[in-house]
Structures are given as structure tokens and as C-alpha cells.
Design a protein around this ligand. Structure first.
Ligand code: PEP
Ligand code: MN
Length: 338
């Protein structure tokens, strides 16, 4: 951490800051320039809040020079994390496609979608059995029945399953049927859930919160990693901005930013990011071009009768076309699509 003093800062004010830093356990290095003094605080104090220094008299600015997340930081694993789930490698050279309906509705729907996406090379079936809906009156998901259908469809078509766990009380049940557990955007900072997911031995996909900074998102990942679970992937699904032409705004910048700051794989969800079917394919293409390690796409056999997110669900034929285009883009940047 570096403390920059105001030009008019007095010796007493500087001494007070130096003493405060030492009291917190930091080593202190002072440098006096032509017009202002700079003090470097050396060491790591996990509970230290830099605003404690920011508010002291004479201080102009405080800069952190290290990130507060350690296990999620790129330096912890410079070569990058590759998560192997039943032979599907996430974070490697292959761009992984996760596809399926927003919610599991019934056997016919799920099997029709699973059959279609598997035919086009998809290895990961998505579908919600527990649905976080804005309205309590909307379809809430089939619960365990939905998990059973997911497992059955995945086994039939040679897929692995990703599905959302909404609450810590559901972890054991979801882990019994699913291969990857998804934490939804609304739960990104449900710290008790994250802590418990740190204790399981299945991979977790952590979606970015609606209004979360990348640092908050990586700190949320740090909760799972520090609990002992190394298999965490991130999912950018659009954030809330002033723009209301689309459901959310995809932060495409997050892809290279996360790749630089962290070793964790990053998946992009263009369906929730745009909320509009016709926008999903171009945004998915952009995500692959920008270096996403995977995309998660909602597909429905009959979107106009879907029980949730029909407007953003692709028709099967659109999904076929997306796979063709995404494969071309992946190969243009030296990757392949699975
Ligand atoms: C989902 O993927 O089913 C979902 C609910 O997404 P999000 O948490 O990103 O809104
Ligand atoms: Mn959805």
C-alpha cells in the first residue's frame, strides 16, 4: 500500500500516519519528494481496511498495490486452472459449450433439447431445477424431480450436468445428481453458501452478481477456494447498467481482465446478458472471439411456451447455426469448440 500526502501535510500528520501503520504491524518506508511525501506500507494485514488511513489528516490518496484475493490470483497458478469434469476440460484450449433450457419443465422438453444439443457436440447440459425467480408466483422449478430428469437425460446422451444450487440446504441433494454446481447471480455474495461449497468435491460455477465488481466476484470465488475446493469457474452473465435496451449489459472486458488477474476459467452466458433471442448469437460469437473458456446458452424446443426465459431461448436451428459459427471463430484464435 502506498500513501500519498497532500502538499501541505505537516510533519505531525505524516508522523501520525507512520505511527498508525506501524501499530497495524506494517513496515514503513518513507520517501520525501520535491513537493510531497510518499509512504510505502510493507506487509500483509488481512483485516486492515485502507480507509482507516485514507481518512487521516494530511492524506491525499491511498493506493493498494496487491489484490485482496490470494488463491484466486493469477500468481497462485500462473499456468491457469483446467477443471476436468468427467473428461470435459474447462479452462484448456477447448471452448466448452453448456446448453439446455432455462428450467427443466418435463421429460419430453428436456430430452428433446438434450438430444439436439448433444448431436452438435455439446458435452454439458444445463437446466434449472431450483429457479431463482423475481416473482414468487412464477414457476419455481421441479426441485428434485428436475434433478432426476437432468441426470437421466445427461446419461442418455452422454452429457454432464450443470445446475443451480440456491441454498446451502440443497447442496447434498444437488451434488448427488449434478456434475457442476452453479451459483446464480443473485447468490454471488451468499457467503454461507459459498463457504459450504468450499467443502465439496465437485466443481462450482460462480456467476457474477448483477452489480458486482470484478474484485467482489473474485473475492466471492476466494470464499470457495479458501474452503478447500480448487475447482471454481466464473461466469460473466451481464451486469446491470443504465442501458435498458437489453436485459443486462455483457461486460466483455471481464474476459481479458479476469484472465489477467486470475487463473480461473471464465464462461460467458449471452442468454441472461441480452435477454433477447436474436441478440444471443452475435454476443456469443463475441465472447468466443474475446477468449471466453466457454459459453452457456439457453435452448428450448418450444420457446414460445417455455415456463421461464422463453424470449431469450434459442430455437434448436439457431443453436445449430451458433455452433457452426462459434467453431469457426474458435479456430481463428487457435482454439477448438466442444
Ligand atoms: C440461470 O442460469 O438459470 C440463471 C438463473 O442465471 P443468473 O443467475 O445469471 O440470473
Ligand atoms: Mn434463465
Amino acid at each position: 500500500m502506498v500513501v500519498v500526502f497532500e502538499e501541505e501535510a505537516t510533519e505531525d500528520e505524516i508522523d501520525n500516519v507512520v505511527k498508525t501503520l506501524k501499530d497495524y504491524g506494517f513496515g514503513v518506508h518513507r520517501s520525501t519528494g520535491v513537493s510531497r511525501t510518499i509512504v510505502g506500507a510493507i506487509g500483509v494485514q488481512p483485516d486492515f481496511d485502507h480507509r482507516q488511513i485514507q481518512v487521516l489528516p494530511g492524506v491525499e490518496e491511498v493506493y493498494r498495490v496487491t489484490e485482496p484475493y490470494k488463491l484466486a490470483h493469477r500468481t497462485f497458478k500462473p499456468e491457469g486452472t483446467v477443471i476436468n469434469v468427467g473428461g470435459v476440460k474447462i479452462g484448456g484450449n477447448e471452448v466448452v459449450v453448456m446448453a439446455g433450457p432455462c428450467a427443466v419443465e418435463n421429460e419430453d422438453q428436456l430430452f428433446a433439447v438434450a438430444e439436439h444439443v448433444s448431436k452438435h457436440g455439446v458435452k454439458v447440459l444445463r437446466g434449472g431445477a431450483f429457479k431463482p425467480r423475481t416473482s414468487p408466483y412464477s414457476f419455481q422449478g421441479l426441485g428434485e424431480e428436475g434433478l432426476k430428469l437432468l441426470r437421466k437425460a445427461a446419461d442418455r446422451y452422454g452429457l454432464i450436468v450443470i445446475t443451480e444450487v440456491m441454498d446451502r440446504s440443497q447442496i447434498n441433494m444437488v451434488a448427488e445428481y449434478a456434475d457442476i454446481l452453479q451459483v446464480g447471480a443473485r447468490n454471488m455474495q451468499n457467503f454461507t453458501l459459498l463457504k459450504d461449497l468450499g467443502k465439496i468435491s465437485k466443481p462450482v460455477m460462480l456467476k457474477r452478481g448483477l452489480a458486482a465488481t470484478i474484485e467482489e466476484w473474485l473475492m466471492a470465488a476466494e470464499y470457495i477456494l479458501s474452503g478447500g475446493n480448487p475447482d471454481v469457474m466464473l461466469c460473466e452473465r451481464g451486469i446491470r447498467t443504465f442501458e435498458n435496451a437489453t436485459r443486462n449489459t455483457l461486460d466483455i472486458n471481464a474476459i481479458p481482465v479476469v484472465h489477467k488477474k486470475s487463473h480461473l476459467p471464465i464462461i460467458v452466458d449471452p442468454s441472461h446478458a441480452t435477454g433477447i433471442r436474436e441478440k444471443v448469437v452475435p454476443v456469443a460469437r463475441a465472447a468466443v472471439a474475446a477468449g471466453a473458456d466457454g459459453i452457456m446458452v439457453e435452448v428450448h424446443n418450444d420457446p414460445s411456451h417455455a415456463l421461464s426465459d422463453g424470449a431469450q431461448s434459442l430455437y434448436p436451428e439457431q443453436f445449430t447455426e451458433l455452433m457452426r459459427e462459434a467453431a469457426l471463430i474458435a479456430s481463428a484464435i487457435g482454439r477448438s469448440l466442444t
